[in-house]
Design a protein around this ligand. Sequence first.
Ligand SMILES: NC(=O)c1ccc[n+]([C@@H]2O[C@H](COP(=O)([O-])OP(=O)(O)OC[C@H]3O[C@@H](n4cnc5c(N)ncnc54)[C@H](OP(=O)(O)O)[C@@H]3O)[C@@H](O)[C@H]2O)c1
Length: 316
Amino acid sequence: MRYNRFGKTEMKVSAMTLGTWGMGGVGWDRYDDETKADAIKAALECGINFFDTAPAYNSGAAERFLGKTLKDLGARDEILIATKCGTFFVDGMVYRRDCRYESIRNQCEESLKNLQTDHVDLMLIHWPDLNVPFEETMDALNTLKKEGKILHIGVSNFSVAQMKEAGQFGEIDAYQPQYSMVNRDSEEIIRWAYEQDMGIMTYGSLGGGILTGAHRVQKEFAAVDSRNRFYKHFHEPMFSRIMKLLKVMDGVSGEEGGKALSQIALNWSSQKEFVSTCIVGAQTREKVCENAAAFDWSLTEDEIRLLDEAVDALYA
Ligand SMILES: NC(=O)c1ccc[n+]([C@@H]2O[C@H](COP(=O)([O-])OP(=O)(O)OC[C@H]3O[C@@H](n4cnc5c(N)ncnc54)[C@H](OP(=O)(O)O)[C@@H]3O)[C@@H](O)[C@H]2O)c1
């Protein structure tokens, strides 16, 4: 495992963060509790020290599962937890935003209970709530920080203008955008956040799984599945273009003695100077270990150039 500084914070984070959206049990393939707990144990064994979760991942279910498993493993003090606030998952289908002062305070208390801890290392605003002034949300977060319930404040899915505005009312230490070979939409915002010395934790690092090569035939996912509603590139026109990219990745894999495509995708992201840690959602020991092994080797400059050309062709 490689470890990186996380912006201007004192945190040293593993180059891979384990994401727990799937572990909430909605929007992704489902596994039994034993399998998921073993994936978390494997993450610790591979040297992963950063875990990302949110109350929106099935109304606290992912937080509760992570909290219970870390408690069972006695691992809370060895690792760092990032959770989020301001977005609720309602009726098993709809996401709703609420970043009002009292709501943020209550959500944090609920998250601490779910996670069975007295503090989280990082609390991110999940999505901007345009109905509530950033000043009000930041006030709530600053108070939670003073109380020692959250150690750092971050934002996810914000624009530069939104970060500048929210940043007037408190220190923003981290930015969590989507970023991968199949989604570079936020790259300019990321570079700006990096210049401000924020820790950058990128999500969807495997493009929701498409970059592993496990989905080479287009299929229909359930309406609530994240590969249907969130990661749109599982559908045309992007699907066919990504299949061409996978062929280039197959070639790099061949040159590297058969390295997994997931490892190529993770190295492509994590070798960017502005990425502190790639968040990866994986719910089995095998997948966690396969992904974590990405950080035992690196892509060469020639390989990165070849991959960059194939990535550029996605948008040509
Ligand atoms: N801030 C935000 O708005 C936001 C949005 C999205 C995600 N996130 C965070 O980022 C995390 C990662 O993103 P994500 O989970 O959406 O997408 P992702 O990590 O790009 O992809 C997850 C998918 O890849 C599969 N997978 C993982 N490793 C694999 C391997 N080696 N071989 C084959 N398949 C593999 C997973 O399978 P299984 O699940 O079946 O194991 C799952 O279907 C989330 O869990 C969440 O913590 C944050």
